[in-house]
Design a protein around this ligand. Structure first.
Ligand SMILES: *Cc1c(COP(=O)(O)O)cnc(C)c1O
Length: 244
């Protein structure tokens, strides 16, 4: 089997250690225990060989955002001890392809999708954890619940059978990442705390998923419990050509 050049494998290991160290540092400076924050390795466009290096290095949570890519690569990665979460836009007709392959959908972006996931979970006889995606910058290019609408939607989704709402997820506007502006992450933290205070039945609100390679330290300082890192671990992705 094709294997990675040793320097590429070493690069992944080194970057993983660096990301972990920086998460720990951000936890310390904000007075949080480092065990508060989980690290997800985001593996979109990344080859199975590279993913396996991260898994060897102890990555226990992986995120993929395309159904077809997930289904192809899952056969070639040694993820028996790791969890896989889905983090991309999910069409309801693809639910059956992922429901037994991932342990959480972080990107529930409509009541329609939540209803369909619930129905699929009932049919499969499983209970399925999910996060609600918030379009915190109200950007046209992104899907998700509006900041003003997400708490109301959470009430309706909590009532659906066989789904367990675990919290919120967001991707903030890229200009905020570049400038270090933390107002979107602060707003997410407020929404997350309000959601916890609602104490909705059948929920277990313990996850605030925000922060990517360019802004994860800011996210940790604003209360993220899970950061999603792709390029910061695997190196720069080739520029996107077309669909996301
Ligand atoms: C690609 C992606 C990430 C990781 O982005 P990087 O900039 O590579 O760290 C995180 N979350 C989602 C939803 C993504 O699609």
């Amino acid at each position: 089997m094709y294997s990675l050049p040793p320097q590429e494998a070493d690069g992944i290991r080194e970057r993983m250690r660096e990301v972990r160290a920086r998460i720990t540092e951000a936890c310390i400076t904000s007075g949080r225990p480092e065990t508060d924050v989980s690290l997800m390795a985001v593996t979109k466009t990344v080859s199975p060989e590279k993913i396996n290096i991260a898994l060897q290095e102890g990555a226990d949570l992986i995120g993929e955002n395309r159904v077809q890519e997930l289904c192809e690569k899952i056969l070639e990665i040694n993820a028996a001890k790791s969890q896989i979460h889905f983090i991309g836009h999910l069409q309801t007709n693809k639910i059956r392809d992922i429901i037994n392959r991932v342990s959480c959908v972080q990107s529930v972006d409509s009541l329609h999708l939540a209803g369909a996931l619930s129905a699929a979970a009932v049919k499969a006889g499983i209970n399925f954890p999910c996060l609600l995606e918030v379009n915190i910058g109200m950007e046209e290019s992104k899907s998700g619940f509006s900041p003003d609408g997400v708490l109301g939607a959470a009430g309706e989704i909590a009532a659906l059978p066989n789904l367990t709402l675990r919290g919120l997820m967001t991707v903030q506007p890229s200009e905020a990442s570049r400038s270090g502006d933390d107002r979107y992450f602060k707003r997410m933290q407020e929404l997350y705390l309000s959601l916890r205070e609602q104490s909705l039945p059948n929920t277990r609100i313990d996850t605030l998923s925000m922060g990517m390679s360019g802004d994860y330290e800011t996210a940790v300082r604003c209360g993220a419990t899970l950061v999603r890192i792709g390029q910061g671990i695997f190196g720069a992705r080739a520029k996107k050509t077309g669909t996301v």
